[in-house]
Design a protein around this ligand. Structure first.
Ligand code: HPA
Length: 273
């Protein structure tokens, strides 16, 4: 089966279950899935039911699609995503992105929890991702290219859509919310980074570090789906404070900042063209 056939099979299955054609797709990360609970007239579709989909295992991730209306827009939301550190293949991690495109979504919002690398940032800050560094050691486009999905050699000079970024800035400003901006570095995980790695990543130009988002953003760029990506800074990265890192702390901060984050994303959804 070609990748396009796999994408189309999943898209056809979802299309039959969806209440309406989704305008926007959202991928919500660790502790940020609460936004899906704001969706009106929700239809829940567990990933396990979708042909070709893997199972999500990360803590804080529900592992299902939630479709419905958010602030007047029809959305298809992933409550939980697939990570490379879970052992998933890259083609499975990016399958949902290609399915969003096949379903006719016009934009993709990616959200994640990330460690702050920039010393100007604080725990609880939100960061607009302006660009990324793929430090995962893998590329989701490796292997046979299917030209129907996207080009073999794909331009990466505008992965994060400038117009969507401006909408996010305007919405944050209207809410009186400080929105940091910076470069997200994707790290394979699942171990957190060492202090030496964090110093190296800062030198390379990273402002935040996390274990997701980069594969999905590359695949979206490849298939021509405009992307907006936001990080919640759940901790300062390794070696930046006297404290050690814990996954529980990341989820606790995500829970605490969840409502503010949900309002930001919900208003961005309403403001999208
Ligand atoms: N490093 C990598 N991934 C993360 C971090 C971090 O410090 N915080 C949340 N996700």
């Amino acid at each position: 089966m070609s990748e396009l056939q796999r994408v189309n099979a999943a898209a056809e299955f979802l299309c039959a279950r969806l209440p309406q054609t989704p305008e926007l797709a959202l991928v919500l990360g660790s502790g940020l899935g609460g936004l899906a609970d704001r969706i009106e007239d929700p239809v829940y579709i567990p990933y396990a039911e979708v042909p070709g989909f893997p199972l999500s295992t990360a803590p804080g991730h529900a592992g299902r699609f939630v479709a419905g209306r958010l602030n007047g827009r029809s959305v298809l939301c992933m409550q939980g995503r697939f990570h490379y550190y879970e052992g998933h293949e890259m083609r499975d991690i990016v399958l949902p992105v290609r399915v969003f495109k096949a379903l006719g979504c016009r934009a993709l919002i990616l959200a994640n929890a990330a460690g702050g690398v920039n010393y100007d940032f604080s725990v609880g800050d939100f960061m607009l991702i302006k660009d990324h560094i793929n430090f995962m050691g893998v590329n989701p486009l490796r292997g046979t290219n299917e030209d129907e999905i996207g080009p073999r050699f794909c331009d990466m000079s505008r992965v994060y859509d400038p117009a969507l970024q401006q909408i996010a800035r305007d919405v944050a400003a209207a809410q009186g919310l400080t929105l940091r901006e910076g470069v997200y570095l994707g790290y394979m995980g699942p171990s957190y980074e060492t202090p030496a790695e964090i110093r190296a990543f800062r030198t390379l130009g990273a402002d935040a570090v996390g274990m997701s988002t980069v594969p999905e953003a590359i695949a979206a760029s490849h298939c021509g789906l405009p992307v907006l990506a936001l990080s919640l800074i759940t901790n300062m990265a390794a070696g930046m404070t006297g404290q050690r890192l814990s996954g529980e702390e990341v989820i606790a901060i995500a829970d605490r900042r969840g409502p503010v984050f949900q309002k930001l994303v919900a208003d961005i959804v309403a403001a999208l063209p």
